[in-house]
Design a protein around this ligand. Structure first.
Ligand code: HEM
Length: 453
């Protein structure tokens, strides 16, 4: 596949790109990667998705301007482009949106099981899903809409998103290992799509784990995200069924860009040292599957690890501030690493306790392993024992989980944070490249490369 994204020198001066400090070639060039310059058009002009696609990972690339619009820096230029808040993010692109895209406020994530053995019916559903996703991400209703059609038939769209803005909705699809046991796909299962090993401390609930495929819906309006998953589930009736799902939140404002790093439910800034959507070289190195990685159908895709991590909120809230800060290796107010003054200062790992989370998770402690984190907080009521069922729905994208999530999570076996968290759900998915144009569909390259056999 031809990558039509442009790599230009970072002129945004955000001072964040390339802070990794561990890999000399992780230079901070800025691109529209993942931002979806329509494949094949070769244009140098950034697409709409490009313009609103920069600055993921909670970086201060933009600022709220009058009228609720969002000012977004153009790569390599000092100018800013104004993008209407709540606007659409382009669906077509080299990579799927929802990975390098700036993190939206809300999440509805659903894992599905396949119910049919009919390959043609499943492929037809993927095409129908793609068309519905194309429309919903543009702020349009599915099919012929929610009303005005045949009175004798259910409407094509369920209707609850009528009148709502596109809300930067992104829909990102992934294929789980078990899908490759079906439809003659076995030979196309990527080597990197491993079954995750059991990690120390795992207490996984099967009912909240796995899945043949997944859809990650992110939007600034929860109703828009929920509407999208609901309509895809409805379209898939008889072919797929929802295995488990997770709602998530993470930001308190739906109209301003991420001028500051959001905080997790433990009250700490989360995402300070993450891969930003601006960092072409790091995205290429650590997130996007390269053509030479194979299989061919995954080029431009990525691998997603989803973990439902329960937080033991009540004991955490009784823990002293000093211990909380020691556990992360950062201070609670500013988010600065131990011994440093500012959040973005380079961490000095040896100044932290040996079991500090940041020390153990840092690339320098893991042979350079680097992932793109895109998680959300969740609260799902109480657990029947008077405790909040709350935590972090951890989502991480990477080029190869064997060089990303797995070594990091193994190293976190001695994490001081483990006293206050437990991993209770787990799933892994191969996330194919972006849908290129109006004729393309989710999974085309995979299904076109195989026949039922
Ligand atoms: C509930 C569970 C977790 C919480 C509350 C949490 C919280 C945090 C916080 C507050 C930071 C410091 C700010 C930042 O750089 O983002 C951080 C950093 C980080 N975390 Fe976690 N985290 C959790 C689980 C995980 C897991 C499961 C992984 C991966 C296996 C992970 C990987 C990382 C990485 C790679 C960093 C950046 C380290 C660096 O480069 O300095 N975290 N986390």
């Amino acid at each position: 596949m031809t990558d039509t994204t442009q790599n230009t020198t970072d002129g945004t001066g955000d001072g964040v790109a390339g802070t990794d400090g561990t890999t000399g070639d992780d230079t901070a060039s800025t691109d529209t990667a993942g931002a979806g310059t329509p494949a094949g058009d070769g244009s140098r002009a950034p697409s709409r998705r490009a313009l609103i696609g920069w600055g993921g990972a909670g970086l201060a690339l933009g600022a709220a301007v009058a009228g609720g619009a969002v000012a977004v820096a153009r790569p390599g230029e000092d100018t800013v482009e104004t993008v209407a808040a709540g606007g659409p993010i382009a669906f077509h692109g080299t990579h799927q949106a929802g990975i390098a895209t700036p993190v939206q406020d809300r999440l509805h994530f659903a894992a599905f099981d396949v119910e049919t053995d009919d390959r043609e019916a499943f492929v037809a559903m993927l095409k129908d899903w793609t068309e519905a996703a194309r429309r919903m991400t543009a702020g349009k209703a599915v099919g012929d809409g929610a009303y005005g059609g045949l009175a004798e038939a259910p409407p094509d769209d369920t209707g609850e998103a009528l009148g709502l803005k596109p809300s930067r909705l992104t829909l990102t699809v992934g294929f789980g290992p078990s899908l490759f046991e079906r439809f003659g796909l076995a030979k196309q299962r990527p080597e990197a799509l491993v079954d995750l090993p059991q990690f120390a401390g795992d207490n996984l609930d099967r009912a909240r784990s796995g899945g043949d495929l997944c859809v990650q819906a992110c939007a600034d309006d929860p109703q828009v995200a929920v509407h999208a998953i609901r309509n895809l589930a409805r379209i898939g009736f008889g072919k797929v069924s929802v295995r488990w799902s997770q709602l998530g939140f993470g930001k308190t404002s739906s109209t301003t860009p991420e001028a500051q790093t959001p905080r997790n439910l433990m009250g700490f800034k989360d995402g300070t040292r993450n891969i930003a959507g601006t960092e072409t070289a790091r995205l290429k190195k650590h997130v996007w599957v390269d053509e030479k990685d194979g299989p061919a159908w995954m080029a431009g895709g990525s691998y997603l690890v989803a973990r439902r991590i329960r937080m033991h909120i009540e004991p955490w809230d009784r823990t002293s501030l000093q211990e909380q800060e020691d556990i992360f290796g950062r201070d609670k107010g500013e988010g600065a690493p131990v011994g440093k003054a500012k959040e973005r200062d380079e961490p000095f790992l040896k100044a932290m306790k040996p079991d500090a989370h940041v020390r153990l998770a840092h690339p320098d402690s893991n042979g350079g392993a680097t992932i793109l984190r895109r998680g959300y907080s969740f609260t799902d009521g109480t657990d029947g024992l008077g405790r909040l069922d709350a935590g972090l729905f951890f989502l991480a994208y990477q080029r190869d989980v064997r060089k990303g999530f797995i070594p990091i999570q193994r190293n976190l076996a001695t994490d001081a944070l483990n006293e206050y968290i437990q991993h209770v759900g787990s799933a892994i998915f191969a996330v194919p490249p972006g849908v290129r144009d109006a004729d393309d569909w989710w999974g085309r390259a995979l299904f076109s490369s195989t026949t039922e056999g």
